[in-house]
Design a protein around this ligand. Structure first.
Ligand SMILES: Cc1cc2nc3c(=O)[nH]c(=O)nc-3n(C[C@H](O)[C@H](O)[C@H](O)COP(=O)(O)O)c2cc1C
Length: 332
């Protein structure tokens, strides 16, 4: 089954969340390969784009293997948001997403991200400006449940954004005050779904097939978005995709996991403009995530943070596999 966001068709399986400093091009390509049906870029500063910042421009790049993909913008000024869109369109994103959910002080203190949950009128003006500049490229907005537990206004916000021309809304069921603590509230996502006609993407705490199906069933949302559940685990998309296609899913063996980890590291190195050693700094956290949840993984994760070449990563992967095999043979 497909979901229509404007003129873009997205398979109703699971989509990858925008994650600054995590879900870069290499990460997105890995998730896409394993079945993510739609990708969103790391958030990009509208002002950074307007002031021609080279690093910012790189964040807007959409490669052919990533489509359908959205470029996500953050900012608090309708004019700059509209101008930034005109520049971003040169990168031919399938969708433009606006960040109205980011809780970090650097973003909130300039009135952007989740600070816009406190100013629905400005949020609507920003959306109108972006929609106007985007032409026939659909515009979506990602929000939280509200600013804090006394101001849960996702429904009011979503209605205003729909009115302003948004083609879909993503709801992360936490307030800004919660940051990432507590639990994502499925009720508020359901309330938003019941209040607007445009597609709603449910987000928060989906970590496996079961929690994905719970999100679909309990909220009635049109798509499910996964962030942290994909850390070192692009297979989560394969599991969900297999389910919706009626295909039997076999979880990866430790060998397969390490093989995919090395593939991911090779991609990071090949896409980096830096030396292999510096690219490995970027790869370290990903390597550690792939080793999560196994016997002895705490020690290995620590060693991941010392990796400085691909050859070292290969050797560590082999050692890790041997440890798991010897552990298995003890119990068989
Ligand atoms: C490291 C990290 C970076 C994030 N960066 C962004 C971002 O750039 N834009 C955005 O809208 N949300 C961002 N988020 C929020 C996620 O997209 C998502 O809403 C949140 O993690 C909840 O989903 P999850 O429980 O599936 O991780 C980020 C989250 C994390 C953990």
């Amino acid at each position: 089954m497909n979901v229509n966001i404007g003129n873009v068709y997205i398979k109703k399986t699971a989509v990858l969340a925008p994650m600054a400093s995590v879900a870069d091009c290499a990460y997105r390509l890995m998730c896409k390969k394993y079945g993510a049906s739609y990708l969103v870029s790391e958030m990009v500063s509208a002002k950074g784009i307007c002031y021609n910042d080279r690093k910012t421009a790189k964040l807007c790049t959409v490669t052919d293997g990533e489509r359908p993909m959205a470029v996500q913008l953050f900012g608090s000024e309708p004019y700059f948001m509209g101008e930034a869109v005109k520049i971003v369109l040169q990168y031919s994103p399938d969708i433009i997403d606006i960040n109205m959910g980011c809780p970090v002080p650097k973003v909130v203190n300039i009135g952007a991200g989740s600070a816009l949950m406190k100013n629905i009128r400005l949020a609507a003006e920003i959306t109108e400006s972006v929609v106007k500049s985007a032409g026939n490229v659909p515009v979506t907005v990602k929000i939280r449940s509200g600013w804090d537990s006394h101001h849960i206004n996702a429904v009011e916000m979503a209605k205003a954004l729909e009115e302003s021309g948004a083609s879909a809304i993503t709801v992360h069921g936490r307030t800004r005050e919660q940051m990432y603590s507590g639990k994502s509230d499925l009720n508020i996502i359901r309330e938003v779904k019941n209040s607007v006609k445009i597609p709603v993407i449910g987000n928060g705490d989906v970590s496996d097939l079961k929690s994905c199906l719970d999100m679909y069933e309990q909220t009635g949302c049109d798509l499910v978005m996964i962030g942290r559940g994909s850390y070192g685990n692009p297979f989560i998309f394969r599991e969900i995709d297999s389910f919706f296609n009626g295909v039997e899913y076999t979880p990866p063996t430790v060998e397969e996991k390490m093989c995919v980890m090395l593939e991911h590291i090779r991609l990071i190195i090949s896409m980096s403009e830096k030396s292999e050693e510096l690219a490995m700094h970027e790869a370290r956290k990903h390597a550690a995530w792939y080793m999560n949840g196994y016997y002895g993984s705490a020690k290995f994760r620590g060693r991941c943070y010392q990796l400085s070449s691909y050859a070292e990563a290969e050797a560590l992967a082999e050692e890790f596999i041997s440890l798991q095999k010897s552990r298995e043979s003890q119990f068989n």
